[in-house]
Design a protein around this ligand. Sequence first.
Ligand code: HEM
Length: 143
Amino acid sequence: MKRLLITLSCALGALTASAQSTPPDDALYQALGGTPGLTKLMDDFVPRLTADPRIAEFFKETKLSELKKQLVDQFCVVSGGSCIYEGETMKNSHAEMKIRKSDFNALVEVLQQSMDQQGIPFTVQNRLLARLAPMHRDIVNTR
Ligand code: HEM
């Protein structure tokens, strides 16, 4: 019994130590240029969204400076940076709109254009897109 306790406490100790010493995985955030890189990306992305004839209509009443701020924070969190996203959930913030799969794909395409424009490498783009893709479940709400 004593041996089991010692083993358990060693295991716990090792877990705690590794939790303390392992840095958070912010590799993707760093690859995107951190918050300055994400801010530049959104400076390009938000005007592109509002200019794209496929989806511009959605944004006609949106306060774009606020949207940009929320996107920088959200992308920071999603990519592993130590930011705090204070915006709404994806489900709530898109619930009042009728968003189809094709709208979602159009937005992703615009994001790819912006990432190309910023010279973000293809592999980094794909890592970010892989983290965003599952959000379609909460955002696409119309057939
Ligand atoms: C991965 C895809 C998407 C992400 C990560 C995303 C992210 C966000 C975020 C963070 C906000 C701000 C929420 C807040 O202010 O609390 C937002 C708002 C908004 N999103 Fe999205 N979104 C996505 C897809 C879409 C699509 C496909 C559309 C429509 C084509 C869309 C239209 C909007 C609009 C119009 C707003 C502003 C709503 C308002 O004025 O309050 N989004 N989105």
